[in-house]
Design a protein around this ligand. Structure first.
Ligand code: COA
Length: 438
């Protein structure tokens, strides 16, 4: 392996890199575990010379000063298509705004907004190999597209990034500059699953047959199911997010990708986020390939996997079957991400199924997540016409193709018993489902 310093014509300091960003430019940033921590940190120290820099982000994993600190107002603005904790906190201060989109079109939508023009791309990569190739490692959702589009491309080299295969290679000649920052990668761990998550995991597992290909979304529940499918055979993975539980499934021989109808023999993903165990698993692993989000999450690509089962989670579901996974009323919580892509793609697949699994209550049982109507202002992540299967700890509600009256009955059966009468009474009171049905 070479180092960034093996290319003196490309190698610069953080201060030099940040100094290339100019006022009123658009800055595309690699997302989640691929964030260029050193470059973003340095930008904050140059704020006084910068005005109106528009940053494109998704799922920021650290509370960067440029986004978190009030004195950055007017210097940096954050346009974000998947909020995390800092975005939720600073949203009321007016320095961040949510971009509604679907993951498989994220890079296209972002570039469309500026007529295909991006001034700067800040990303991360592994150190270059002997031929000068680097791997974009754990982030391919938008990174390759933004890198191609940007007028100025700067990569932060980190030897802790795993070398991954697929569409990840970038040659040193394709970038303008590199900086070096060998920090530990951000880790996301789901911890032990609760009793309720285990019950939900059991119901989901019953719907995953041998030979299925699975996608697991972000959150505790999708991860909880991996423990319940250890008896399955010949599973495959085609997912936007590669997570720790998938390593266990692969190492136990449950996932072997042998019956996949698209990319047989390979785990396919578009980004990875988990613990060091996952990153070590991915490093130089020929069993895994990462491709761009525009490909992996295209519903028609997902559908090429027979028996495709997608598993995502949500915050609220109403009796029409509208799923809200991204906001709590008017408060933006996260984003659509790839939920609609994968839910649709799984249903287009032969023998496939889209699953949304959630706890029946939130706030220690004080509120029902199965509701007569979504909270005012809630963002609809999966529309009623796209919804398939809803699962709670009380069972499985199959909604696809069914009338609102039947959806309501199916959802009441999986709602918490304390709220069942309330859901029905409200549905009657509001006239969504009249009391008398013939
Ligand atoms: N009303 C009010 N608050 C609610 C709620 C409801 N109906 N349901 C949950 N909450 C609260 C919880 O109490 C919790 O609050 P806290 O942070 O104060 O503890 C918070 O919302 C998060 O809930 P939780 O169930 O723990 O979230 P999670 O980490 O499991 O993530 C999603 C769930 C839905 C937010 C997450 O999966 C997501 O953002 N999904 C959208 C995108 C997606 O699925 N993409 C595809 C795969 S990557």
């Amino acid at each position: 392996m070479n180092s960034a310093r093996s290319y003196p014509e490309k190698y610069i300091s953080f201060a030099e890199a940040a100094a290339m960003v100019q006022s009123h430019q658009t800055l595309g940033i690699a997302i989640a575990g691929s964030e260029p921590v050193g470059l973003l940190t340095e930008l904050a120290s140059q704020r006084n010379r910068l005005e109106g820099v528009h940053c494109w982000t998704c799922l920021p994993m650290r509370a960067y000063d440029i986004f978190a600190q009030p004195e950055m107002a007017g210097h940096f603005f954050n346009e974000n298509w998947f909020y995390s904790f800092t975005d939720r906190q600073v949203h009321p201060e007016g320095r961040v705004s949510y971009i509604p989109n679907n993951l498989h079109r994220a890079s296209e939508d972002k570039l469309y907004a500026t007529k295909g023009h991006l001034d700067v791309f800040f990303g991360t990569a592994t150190p270059p190999n002997e031929e000068g190739y680097m791997s974009l490692s754990i982030g391919l959702i938008v990174e390759r597209d933004l890198l191609n589009a940007a007028s100025l491309k700067i990569l932060e080299i980190n030897e802790n990034l795993p070398w991954t295969y697929g569409d990840t290679l970038v040659h040193i000649s394709e970038v303008d500059y590199v900086v070096e920052n060998h920090i530990p990668l951000v880790e996301l761990s789901n911890g032990e699953s609760s009793e309720i998550e285990q019950q939900i995991g059991g119901y989901i597992a019953d719907l995953i047959e041998d030979g299925s290909t699975i996608q697991l979304g972000i959150g505790g529940i999708p991860n909880a199911i991996t423990a319940y499918i250890m008896e399955r055979k010949d599973l495959g993975i085609h997912t936007e997010m590669i997570v720790d539980g998938m390593v266990d499934l692969f190492e136990a021989g449950v996932v072997n990708n042998s019956r996949k109808t698209l990319h047989p023999g390979k785990i396919i993903g578009t980004f990875a986020l988990g613990t060091r165990k996952l990153y070590d698993f991915l490093d130089h692993n020929q069993n895994v390939e990462l491709y761009r989000g525009r490909y992996v999450n295209d519903p028609y690509v997902i559908a090429k996997n027979n028996k495709m089962v997608s598993v995502n989670t949500a915050l609220q579901v109403d009796i029409l079957g509208q799923v809200c996974s991204q906001s709590i009323g008017t408060r933006q919580f996260s984003g659509t991400g790839g939920q609609l892509d994968t839910h649709r793609g799984a249903q287009l697949s032969e023998g496939g199924r889209g699953i949304i699994a959630l706890r029946s209550t939130a706030k220690n049982g004080a509120i029902s997540t199965i509701v007569p109507t979504l909270a005012p202002g809630a963002g609809v992540t999966v529309p009623s016409q796209d919804v398939d299967t809803i699962i709670t700890e009380f069972g499985v509600a199959e909604l696809r193709g069914r009338s609102v009256k039947d959806r309501m009955e199916a959802l009441i059966r999986v709602a918490h018993p304390d709220f069942r009468d309330w859901i029905r009474d409200e549905a009657h009171r509001l006239g969504i489902v009249p009391k008398t049905q013939f």
